[in-house]
Design a binder for this molecule. Structure first.
Ligand code: FMN
Length: 165
């Protein structure tokens, strides 16, 4: 069975939830899927494809996602890989294809990623720490869109099916 790793970098759990959604959709398409924190991925084992998801903070892709791409660059360069950013606290990610931030663009170029995708983010009303708590007063909400994720996983499945199965 084709094995897909979904690795995520999160600070407040939203990206973990998004990675789990991606993982569930991939399983429905028949993939053997592992969802794991990017910081814990020391070895890519026998995976056939990888999705690296990271939260956006101040225009930066989460360090755990960046570091995974850096330390596994050689292996990732030889695999089908998609990079995902989750962040916008509004509907812009659903409306169209947002240009990737520089970190994601650079990481994609480094490993020859198959694609990059930005999904809406989540900020909880009781987010702790500054400036998250201040932002949460006016910007809290959940813009992770299950339909948007499902449509994107369909596209990934289309490409993987054409090359791996
Ligand atoms: C301090 C702060 C800075 C943020 N900066 C950005 C940003 O530059 N771009 C963006 O799209 N989202 C930004 N966000 C929204 C987060 O990316 C969003 O809340 C995301 O879902 C957080 O993921 P996590 O829960 O996995 O940490 C920011 C949120 C906070 C609290």
């Amino acid at each position: 069975m084709t094995q897909v790793l979904v690795a995520y970098g999160t600070s407040r759990g939203g990206t973990q939830g998004l990675a789990e959604l991606i993982g569930d959709d991939l399983r429905e398409h028949g993939y053997d899927t592992i969802v794991r924190p990017a910081a814990e991925v020391a070895d890519l084992g026998d995976v056939d494809a990888v999705i690296v998801a990271g939260a956006l903070y101040a225009g930066r892709w989460h360090k755990d996602a960046r570091r995974l791409v850096k330390r596994q660059a050689d292996r990732l360069s030889a695999l089908p890989v998609w990079l995902v950013a989750t962040g916008p606290l509004d509907g812009t990610a659903q409306e169209g294809t947002l240009a990737p931030v520089a970190h994601v663009k650079d990481a994609a170029a480094r490993i020859g990623a198959r694609g990059v995708q930005t999904f809406g983010g989540r900020l909880e009303p009781d987010a702790a720490g500054f400036p998250a708590s201040a932002m949460a007063k006016t910007m809290s909400g959940d813009w992770r869109d299950t339909e948007h994720v499902a449509r994107w996983v369909d596209e990934v499945d289309g490409e993987l099916s054409a090359t791996l199965r």
